[in-house]
Design a protein around this ligand. Sequence first.
Ligand SMILES: [Zn+2]
Length: 283
Amino acid sequence: MLEAFKEIEVTCPTCGETKSINIPESLFSQKKFGTIKIQVPVNAVCPNHQFIVFLDTKGVVRGYEKIDIAMAVIPVETEKEITGILTLRKLIQLFGTYGVLSLMHAKIFNYPSYIIKDADFGPTEELLNLIGNRIVPEKYRGHNSIRLLEKSDYSKIKLKEKNALLIDSLTQNILQTPWKEKLKFEEEIVKRALEIINEEEQLRLLQHRIAIFIKEAEQAKDILEEVNEIYDEDLIEQVSREALMPRMNQNRLTLIKEFIKHHFSQKLVSKMKSRVEEFLSSL
Ligand SMILES: [Zn+2]
């Protein structure tokens, strides 16, 4: 079947180069996905940058996000990939950089993930979940896993969970993300991992950095359980002191809040107070 395409003019958010890209019409004939994230790889619009375009259901560009990860394109498969083992690099080939960051985010914060596939799609659900489970501590693997959906009409896709990530592996488009936060933490650690050549070490680095983050979240949780309320900055101070870490920034705290909300309770998160918000609401 020949698919109809809609031409959409996009501009690289880093260097300003503009070009039209083709998006399947069928994406816009349905309305259920809301904002769709289109991954634009290096060389699609400009030779140096990859980025995300946010499109609404009418195909109007609603925003951009830069992805600051450069990956050397190595066309040959690595030894591991030939024997059917998933590697970080293979995952990026399958889902695009932002697709991988999104899958990691879903795994860490316990959202279900759905991947649309066709007959040529290689890995099984088991294999995908195996690598997902490897990067988070056993205790936090959660009940949500990656599930594969057979490619059909977009309008026929029915997701049981509204709160799920949905990726089309055929186009690498991200059809639904149930969160608002940017994926800066995931971007940072994937970038570091890709600087390592050994593929086993890449996974170990991800695992290690995620474990550090979770340890901070657990410390924040322990502190919150002991107080009625606490200011953000006092919590930052205490966690950093106990974890013997440099003072975390506001983004990290936002991420910790998300982690506590999804793995422990919303009630704990509501004990956190912000002086800035208090000040603004007093005006
Ligand atoms: Zn550019």
